[in-house]
Write a protein that binds this ligand. Structure first.
Ligand code: PLP
Length: 410
């Protein structure tokens, strides 16, 4: 298979670096993606596919890092956005969709007695920790080591520039270890305001882990007995496991939940919701951002959520995810390459235990240069815009990539 030419993309990245610190931020920076294997800039997208600035087409398994759940440019979502924009995008006061979306979320989310709106996951995870502090009159936050809850000072993974005192109240334990959780909880419980957890472990570079039996029960019980708030950070998984919330999928009941990413098919909105008992504290914690009030992302969310709820989106993602998993595992075996496949069907990840990150870079880079966009170190996403044809075409590419990795690791 011929490898893509990325000339324009790489030239644009050189220019971007002269204008923007590092050219591109975060995990989209080429530094995290391998060596000149991935396009730096996309021009357009439709369904599960994206086209880069050189005109190369990709079956995109990063899906805007999870935000694209229905496929790029889903017509019903875009129509709702365009309609809302005709009325006004961001206005002085919230628009009528504000209450409409709140009502929709409360009606269809059993745990939600109220909701608030923001732009980013980081906005709402941080706000929830402060709500927990007001509710409990305590200060510390317990989180799993290595979990990502956003870029704000208290939890950013690389704390360059963050004063130590901003992290002084954050204590950690090992995800999925009830023993580690209990030990940390017992030590800090008199000062703990909240435990914040993701519904699955999805740390970069590592296998994804589903919660072990009894894990969330232990958290719930400890929180109940010690006046500690249980926050579920569902920003990444929301609407890919269960419409009513990933906590319902795993049978647990947090006090506060954050969602974002796939809820508006790429339009910028994030939400926190909670139970009645948290509402008084929620009323007291200041929350505002100039763009939090934009109507268009709310219209997008209303349209996207109704599609997810009524059109079998999660089933479709699971079906396609199963095809992808079965196909790639069969290929790995036939090439004699050991892999570790992890995660739910719609949020998969694959590692090479023998080849390490270098093999992941080769595999994801080779696939991307042949039209299947994969991240070497971050979990992938399947979206409802993907098709069976996309999966079949993906497998043609990955077959060649397993052969390349086999040569590298022997
Ligand atoms: C679990 C989780 N929490 C919070 C965030 C932060 O969200 P955002 O990037 O929208 O600020 C992310 C983003 O990847 C996430 O995966």
């Amino acid at each position: 298979m011929k490898e893509y030419d990325l000339t324009k993309s790489l030239e644009m990245f050189e220019k971007a670096k002269t204008l923007i610190p590092n050219g591109i931020f975060g995990p989209r920076n080429p530094m995290f993606l391998g060596n000149q294997t991935h396009p730096c800039f996309f021009r357009s997208g439709k369904g599960g596919r994206a086209i880069d600035v050189d005109g190369n087409e990709y079956i995109d398994y990063m899906c805007s890092f999870g935000a694209n759940l229905l496929g790029y440019l889903h017509p019903k979502v875009e129509e709702a956005v365009n309609k809302q924009m005709q009325k006004g995008g961001l206005m002085t006061m919230p628009m009528d969709v504000w209450t409409e979306l709140a009502e929709y979320l409360v009606e269809h989310t059993p745990l939600a007695d109220w909701v608030i709106f923001a732009k980013n996951g980081s906005d709402v995870t941080t706000w929830c920790t402060n709500v927990a502090r007001v509710h409990t009159k305590k200060k510390k936050i317990l989180m799993a080591m290595g979990s990502y809850h956003g870029f704000h000072s208290w939890s950013v993974p690389t704390p360059t520039g963050v004063p130590d005192e901003h992290r002084a109240g954050v204590v950690t334990f090992t995800y999925n270890s009830i023993e580690s959780f209990t030990k940390a909880f017992e030590k800090h419980k008199d000062e703990l305001a909240a435990v914040i957890l993701t519904p699955i472990k999805h740390d970069i570079f590592q296998d994804l882990e589903l919660p072990v039996p009894g894990y969330f029960d232990a958290v719930r019980k400890a929180c109940d007995e010690n006046n500690v708030v249980f926050i579920m950070d569902d920003i990444r998984c929301c609407y890919r496991l269960k419409f009513e919330g990933s906590h319902e999928y795993f049978n647990t009941t947090p006090d506060l939940v954050t969602i974002g990413k796939g809820m508006a098919n790429g339009h910028p909105i994030a939400v926190a919701y909670g139970t009645e008992k948290m509402k008084q504290a929620a009323c007291q914690v200041y929350f505002s951002g100039t763009h939090f009030y934009s109507g268009a992302p709310m219209a997008a969310a209303l349209a996207a959520l109704e599609i997810i709820r009524t059109e079998g989106v999660i089933e479709k993602i699971n079906h396609l995810g199963q095809m992808l998993k079965d196909g790639m595992l069969e290929q790995a075996q036939s090439h004699g390459v050991e892999v570790s496949w992890s995660g739910p069907l719609g949020i998969p990840f694959m590692r090479f235990p023998k080849g390490g990150p270098a093999a992941s870079i080769t595999f994801a880079g080779s696939a991307t240069k042949r039209g299947v966009f994969l991240h070497p170190h971050h979990n992938w996403f399947v979206c409802a815009g993907h098709t069976e044809e996309d999966i079949k075409q993906t497998l043609e590419v990955t077959d060649e990539c397993f052969a390349i990795v086999k040569k590298q690791i022997g």
